[in-house]
Write a protein that binds this ligand. Sequence first.
Ligand code: PM9
Length: 460
Amino acid sequence: MKSKIRKSWAEPYKIKMVELLQMTTATHRKKVMQEAGFNTFLLKSADVYIDLLTYSGTSAMSDRQWAGMMLGDEAYAGSRNFYHLEEVVQNCYGYKYLVPTHQGRGAENILSKILIKKGDIIPGNMYFTTTRLHQELAGGKFEDIIIDEAHDPENEFPFKGNVDLNKLEKLIKKHGAHKIPYVSMATSVNMAGGQPISMENLRALRALTKKHGIRVIHDMTRVAENAHFIQQREKGYHNKPIAAIVKEINSYTDGATMSAKKDALVNIGGFLAVNDWDVFEEARNMVVVYEGLHTYGGLAGRDMEAMAIGIKESLNDDHIHARVGQVIYLGEKMMSYGVPIVKPIGGHGIFVDAKKFLPHIPQHQFPAQTLAAEVYLDSGVRTMERGVVSAGRKANGENYFPKLELVRFTIPRRVYTQAHMDVIAESTARVFERRNKIKGLKMIYEPKYLRFFQAKFQPL
Ligand code: PM9
């Protein structure tokens, strides 16, 4: 007889050191939220109890990574940690050439400047804020070619990160392949809620782009989480280790930008990795202008060592199972309280559907920004907006009004416990109970670039 008892996951580590948290009062939270202009990015970390603003650079490093930091070779040129990192990128990810950068957007800047010419089109499976901005600053135009299901929070399609190949073919027909320097393909699509792309779709994307001589550049920031969903959901992958799935994903692409602050479990770092010698040569030259010498790219030797070790740890099956397991635990708890979230639950956080949560607040009054502020006011849990504020403005000055208006509860890796997840879900449920009394916001300060980081708001 099959047992009915749930088989839980647990973290494949134990805790050696703790960081004390700050508890705050409701009065204090109200005061600091007003000072922060109702933007959770402008709160001081000391005023935050549980910090889900981002999972970027906020991971807990392992004892091995900390030990690796003591092996930092802080030579200006040719640090031994660079060669270790290069070997790990080649062996674990399968890319030939490595250019380290201080973080992901450093790699995006260099890549965009090398490959994009004015008037080029860059199709991608949903935009990401920094990625699209660098493409635009280089003179390109981003075109969304993700499948329609990705724009519907209720749609439970298991691979909502897939590329719609018909959309791509139409773009090729309209503009010609020579106008498309590469397809910008992300794994675990961030703005869609951490939704994976399937191996089948990747294979088809490779075949189509090969036919037209178009590169595929991989935003591999969360490739291990994507590999987990392929392992769990795609036929033929159940018994394949995460490490092998990651290598197969990469094999269908020509290069990658990486923010190592996510999957790779470090607090700072990133890289550009390519298979094409000519692109590498240019990138190696350009990195000295924007980041630092090509063997450190804005990083200390110790950072590169921690990254090399972190990459290997990130591909461990038990690690990734527990990491995604914690996200799913929080999502299921939220759903049990009736909180509307993006489904299926993604890899790096829970994305609450603010349009459904606060249907009486129109999008131009920033429902997701409002909800993020309300959750903080309730409990000191910090989240962030991923909706109309994050989407920004088009070249003609008009606001983008994205279909998805979400609040992101992203979970730092190896940092919080299951009890923290309970506190977060309960706080969100309390705000849900009093949702009808919540009013929207108006924007009173708007910076020119990536406005979500620094914009200020006032309650209506
Ligand atoms: N992502 C995140 O929290 C940090 C900045 S936005 C709050 O989700 C992708 C898919 C990312 C990403 C950063 C970057 C840029 C590129 N691609 O932050 O520059 O999710 O290391 O990476 C953030 P860096």
